[in-house]
Ligand binder design. Structure first.
Ligand SMILES: [Zn+2]
Ligand SMILES: [Zn+2]
Length: 136
């Protein structure tokens, strides 16, 4: 939270109670929620907030690097409070995205034909499959 506040101030973003609430909600969920999902939860405590405000706040957070925007397999963007290097399991049935860490994946070499023509800003392994909830 301290880092979040610092990063906001550095970027000239006011730390409002609403922004803190949005950030906290995202941090509390282990999944990778969409703006819509955050919006539905936040209206429990902030009934007057608009979807547009939530969506714009999330995009601003991603812009200043306090959260990450992750690969999405549907039309809605998905967000991640974990900005450190990590990898994802993606359930092709329910769309759930689960975090995992593995140093051998962190150290995977990027092929030369990619680095020659593509500026790499990050790398993440995504393993697709069916989660345990969906297997039952
Ligand atoms: Zn699933
Ligand atoms: Zn993640």
């Amino acid at each position: 939270m301290k880092l979040f506040i610092e990063r906001c101030r550095q970027n000239g973003l006011k730390v409002t109670p609403q922004r803190i609430a949005i950030y906290n909600l995202l941090r509390e969920t282990t999944g990778h929620p969409s703006a819509d999902c955050i919006y539905r939860k936040i209206t429990d405590t902030w009934p007057t907030i608009s979807f547009d405000t939530v969506n714009r706040t999330l995009l601003t957070f991603a812009d200043i690097g306090v959260i990450a925007m992750v690969e999405s397999y549907s039309l809605s963007r998905r967000f991640d409070s974990q900005t450190e290097n990590h990898h994802h399991l993606h359930c092709i049935r329910c769309g759930q995205i689960i975090d995992f860490c593995d140093s051998s994946f962190d150290n995977l070499r990027i092929p030369d034909q990619i680095t020659g023509s593509f500026t790499v800003t990050g790398k993440r392994m995504v393993i697709s499959g069916i989660c345990s909830d969906c297997t039952e």
